[in-house]
Design a protein around this ligand. Sequence first.
Ligand SMILES: [Cu+2]
Length: 182
Amino acid sequence: MLGTGAGAVLLFAYLTAPFLVVFVTLLYLAVRRGRATPRDLEGSKRLVLAAEVVWLLAIGVVWTVINVVSIAWIPWLQPYASSPPQSEPSQVVRVEAFMWGYTLETYELKQGTVKFVARSIDTIHSMTIYSPRGEIVATVMLMPGMTEEIVVELKERGEYVIRCLEFCGDGHPAMVSKFRVV
Ligand SMILES: [Cu+2]
């Protein structure tokens, strides 16, 4: 569902609903204020009021356009992330996440389909794999005490980066590991 167009619209609605409420409230207040203006208001004041309304509407339009247009750039809606692996995994790699890094069974993998078996040994982390081009290939949340398996097709050769996207303390921004695909 989340990988589909309907999912994208749902996510868009979810993420933007609070802003929409604020925007509609401001718009309502602006319109009400505009209506309450006495007819004998000086021309310049009327102009200022009109400018305020136009400004508000313009912000709303720009905001809506940016949000709608940028849906296509949501990382996990990229074709790379949403296409399922084409074949059975030929390699299995165990991964241990810790504060703050990852220990991999091996740091050199062969091109193809890989199963990562990952777990966290301390707190909540995530394991997010970026391709050599910087695209997110897969992401999974790691809860202490649970083992997660993800099957990923590593299509490109080169250096892949693993990052934690789940805030896990002081060292979180530096929680990075790398592996090579040959
Ligand atoms: Cu983290």
